[in-house]
Design a binder for this molecule. Structure first.
Ligand code: FAD
Ligand code: PHB
Length: 397
């Protein structure tokens, strides 16, 4: 058994863990990341594409924004399409802010590179990762690497290990409450090196279901369609995907769809999940480890970033001012913003997907009325836009 020591032990080298680690280092707070898989495996997960300005600011503060600022695209608008009617939501005009389109894979890679350049330790391919004594003043993590057992002593543990990680499981059942809504459909995503169908993202819905046209650059597109939960990826050839996508896009956009071979194709389930509280003793849950939203509102990674911002401020105060009491502010501050994001994602998901038998004629009339109400007035559009670009971060007391 080999012993190591750090101030903050971070479990998980996804975007949450990497961003937190770089920010803590900026304040001179020592940290080690312990990750279950290889760096390449982490980078194989194609997920988010839309970043709020709050996230971008943090990445700049972390010193990892050079590529994001050079290659990321500023989007001042997004579009909604219901059947063939297209409605532009002018984010910048309505809120004064825009979003950045830059892939999660790229931002993760950028942060990994800066971490490596700075010589900060990340243990990849660590198995049997387990937090211990999180209610005591001497918490620690144990893990196995290359057949050898390690103990990592620390002051605090940041559980940045995603929805399937070990951190949340460490909080006893009688302490935590979990809220969950599982949707009866998944998202089938396809990435291709083809120019995007439209300069803005299009969130579309018609009687065949939901579709999203997104992108990574002028030459790389990312598309999604709603599919039944039991569909298998083998059932979806590229041709079948393109055909279905075309049918779900508004007519006026279809002629611009350029198809090509997929470079990635996968199905993800959709759910909302929230764990309360997000702090237990010296353990904090950050990002997907504590909460999940369906991707419709582009909020998952952005909520992870606001968790990181709050924990970063708390850790800075703990180490700079010796104020340990402020750690109790983490869960309430993070959860207030999370529940807003959860509500927005739930609302977008409800409005944009087909629930078939789950909605009766009355529900469908309500949906139609809600749509008209929100998308036909500046006030309604502003309500959607201010949430899409991201609500402000809350400060510590
Ligand atoms: P993760 O990315 O899950 O990282 C957790 C890390 O912990 C992983 O590397 C994992 O290997 C590691 N780990 C797990 N268990 C252990 C263990 N026991 N020990 C050590 N390490 C462990 N969000 C947005 O904001 N905008 C979007 O546009 C958007 N689009 C999305 C599209 C799709 C299709 C999907 C699926 C998600 C999307 N999201 C979006 C959500 C976003 O991808 C997640 O919220 C984000 O990945 C959360 O980051 P994380 O670091 O908290 O967790
Ligand atoms: C993406 O580009 O992957 C993306 C964009 C917006 C979303 C979800 C995913 O709401």
């Amino acid at each position: 058994m080999e012993n190591k020591k750090t101030q903050v032990a971070i479990i998980g080298a996804g975007p949450s863990g990497l961003l937190l680690g770089l920010l803590l280092d900026k304040q001179g707070i020592d940290n080690i990341i312990v990750e279950r898989v290889t760096g390449d495996y982490v980078l194989g997960r194609i997920r988010a594409g839309v970043l709020e300005q709050g996230f971008a600011k943090l990445v700049r503060e972390a010193g990892a924004a050079e590529k994001m600022d050079r290659l990321g695209e500023i989007h001042d608008s997004v579009e909604f399409a219901f059947n063939d009617e297209r409605i532009e939501l002018e984010l910048k005009k309505l809120t004064g802010e825009s979003v950045i389109v830059y892939g999660q894979v790229d931002i993760t890679k950028d942060m990994m590179e800066v971490r490596e350049q700075k010589g900060l330790e990340t243990v990849y391919e660590a198995s049997k990762v387990q937090p211990h004594d999180v209610k005591s003043n001497k918490p620690f993590i144990t893990y196995t690497k290359d057949g050898k057992e390690f103990t990592l002593e620390c002051d605090y543990i940041a559980g940045c290990d995603g929805f399937h990680g070990v951190s949340r499981k460490t909080i006893p059942n009688d302490v935590k409450t979990e809220y969950e809504k599982v949707y009866p459909f998944g998202w089938l995503g396809l990435m291709s090196d083809t120019p995007p169908i439209n300069p803005h993202l299009i969130y579309a819905k018609n009687n065949r279901g939901f579709a999203l046209a997104s992108m990574r650059s002028k030459t790389r597109s990312r598309y999604y369609i709603q599919v039944p939960l039991d569909d298998k990826i083998e059932d979806w050839s590229d041709e079948a995907f393109w055909e279905e996508l075309k049918k779900r896009m508004p007519k006026s956009a279809r002629k611009n769809l350029v198809t090509g071979p997929s470079i990635e194709k996968s199905i993800v389930p959709t759910r909302s999940f929230i764990c309360e509280p997000l702090q237990y003793g010296k353990l904090f849950l950050v990002g997907d480890a504590g909460h999940i939203v369906p991707p419709t509102g582009a909020k998952g990674l952005n909520l992870a970033a606001s968790d990181v911002a709050t924990l970063y401020k708390i850790m800075t105060r703990v180490y700079k001012e010796g104020d340990e009491k402020c750690i109790e502010q983490y869960s309430p501050i993070a959860l207030r913003r999370i529940w807003n994001g959860v509500r927005f994602s739930w609302w977008m998901t409800d409005l944009l997907h087909n629930f078939d038998e789950k909605k009766d004629d009355f529900d469908k009339k309500m949906e139609n009325s809600e749509l008209k109400y929100f998308l036909n007035s500046d006030a309604g559009k502003k309500v959607i836009a201010e949430q899409y670009v991201g609500l402000p971060y809350e400060d510590l007391e």
